[in-house]
Design a protein around this ligand. Sequence first.
Ligand code: GDD
Ligand code: MG
Length: 325
Amino acid sequence: MKAVLLVGGKGTRLRPLTYRLPKPLIPLMGKPLLMHVIDSLPEEIDETIVPVGYMKDKIEDYLEKNPPRRKITIIEEKHPLGTGGAVKNVEDYIDGPFLVINGDTVSSLDVGSFMEFHRKKKAFASISLWEVTDPTPFGIVELEDDQRICRFQEKPTKEEAFSNLANAGVYALEYEVLDHIGDGFVSMEREVFPRILDKGMYGLTFEGYWIDCGTRDSILSAFWTLMADSVEIHDSVDGRRGRISGPAIIRKDAVIGDGAVLGPYAYLSERTVVGDNARIEKSVVFEGAKIGRECLIRDSLIDVDVEVPAKTEVISTTLSGGKSE
Ligand code: GDD
Ligand code: MG
């Protein structure tokens, strides 16, 4: 069975980070988002097709250097075709029922059981669902008792929101769904789903976690979810110099200054440097970044090799050297 991985978006809400690297390559606990998704696919997926436009070379380069266990086929998408158009564009590679996955969500969905659900329901299309408090940034569905979807609406306003069950971005689709996707720019959510509702669409909710990594806050919460309550300090780090209140993860060759306070919730990647008496709370620091002495970093993401001058306050910010082209 084939899977189509949707990673073609520009990640505009994550700029300036996504000027430097495409959203699928943002490292979540040291592993790119894209690899979290690929690793969650069951054995029966024998090929993953990845239509990409934005920063295709970087994605290709990463996958060449870090080949996943199963076959990956990258297809160039010259202009963004939308979530439906991107699938239609690779239809020659699809040979039967298939899976479509948004590449920017990380979840505990058991994809194998989801495919089983799709088969049992003899569905035309199945959608994974997650209950949210604010449905406005998502697509929502109305479910009948037998889990049939009778309504789908993308990005409802507060007034329009008729349910809290959001599209979690994994679909199992029959091959014939392709006949309902026109050429050119097509949105799966706005155009295709509403059109195929009467053919038999079903929704499956699941337990555990689900995080859309489209914003800084959601990426940070993805770290905190995956870290749970762990405190991990690599052997190469002299953790005695600062005060570490977990959860916190400190990777290889990080240097912690005297009196620095880390956590709760701090993730320091390899070779990061934290100056004396600096404080880092609910923040993630990527490889090689240097936090000056007496800085306060809170609810922020500090990108690779960024140097934060001493005594700077960084609150709810993404600092990155990435620049628009
Ligand atoms: N190839 C390709 N081409 N991929 C695209 C394109 C495109 O033109 N546009 C978006 N994508 C990819 C994005 O990279 C992302 O992985 C996925 O498709 C979904 O696009 P987003 O732009 O991230 O959409 P969203 O987060 O606002 O909403 C979508 O995801 C929600 C769950 O996270 C919708 O599917 C919602 O219904 C859903 O609730
Ligand atoms: Mg998204």
